[in-house]
Design a protein around this ligand. Structure first.
Ligand code: SAM
Length: 197
């Protein structure tokens, strides 16, 4: 896996019909995203979901948006400036490193990114580092079935495969939801002291 999104195709991420597959406002409160939280948007891309995340956490909350791709980060930064999203900060991250201090994040959001990670297990350890005790991790990704949108099934993980990555990182799986035939969400509770096996 780890087939990375091609930044020259960024307009694909801007297609408004993507909200029919996954809409943050319709879903994230069910996964305990609350006002005032510090949220990390891993692999923000063009920052498509940032206006929704910004609104959901409100003035007292904060959204950190990270990505490894400079071209996509520039796009996301421009969106944040144009829309004056004052509670959003866009930062360049490394393949397995997040430029944030330990225990600083309440909710980690990864939309259509997990299947692109080179070393998912290593990335989960980095997530555990930046997460506060009992933070929530929500992984939204493409279903591993034939679809008329998104990457081929061979390039994505099934829910069971993601669940196994989480278990090995000592992250307790709390909820799995099929949004539609295209995407699922898997939420885990971070246990910072939990063993990684
Ligand atoms: N989450 C955005 C969305 O749904 O609109 C973008 C999804 S795009 C398919 C996947 C994104 O993950 C790309 O922007 C890519 O650069 C980013 N990405 C891939 N590997 C990453 C990593 N190790 N750390 C941070 N971002 C990564």
């Amino acid at each position: 896996m780890a087939h990375k999104f091609d930044p020259s195709m960024l307009e694909k991420l801007e297609d408004p019909s993507r909200l029919e597959i996954f809409h943050p406002e319709a879903v994230l409160n069910k996964f305990c995203l609350k006002e005032g939280m510090a949220v990390l948007d891993v692999g923000t891309g063009t920052g498509f979901y940032l206006p929704y995340l910004s609104k959901l956490v409100g003035e007292k909350g904060k959204v950190y948006a990270v990505d490894i791709e400079p071209k996509l980060l520039d796009y996301a930064k421009k969106r944040v400036e144009d829309l004056r999203l004052r509670n959003v900060e866009v930062l360049k991250s490394g393949e397995d490193s997040i430029p944030l201090p330990e225990s600083s994040i309440d909710f980690i959001f990864m939309a259509f990114v997990f299947h692109e990670l080179k070393e998912p297990q290593k990335y989960l350890e980095e997530i555990k580092r930046v997460a506060k005790a009992h933070a929530t991790l929500l992984i939204v990704d493409w279903t591993k079935i034939d679809r008329d949108k998104g990457p081929p099934p061979s390039e994505v993980y099934s829910e069971d495969e993601v669940k196994n990555y989480l278990r090995r990182a000592g992250i307790e799986v709390k909820r799995i939801e099929m949004f539609n035939k295209y995407a699922y969400g898997i939420a885990g509770k971070i246990n910072k002291k939990g063993p990684s096996i």
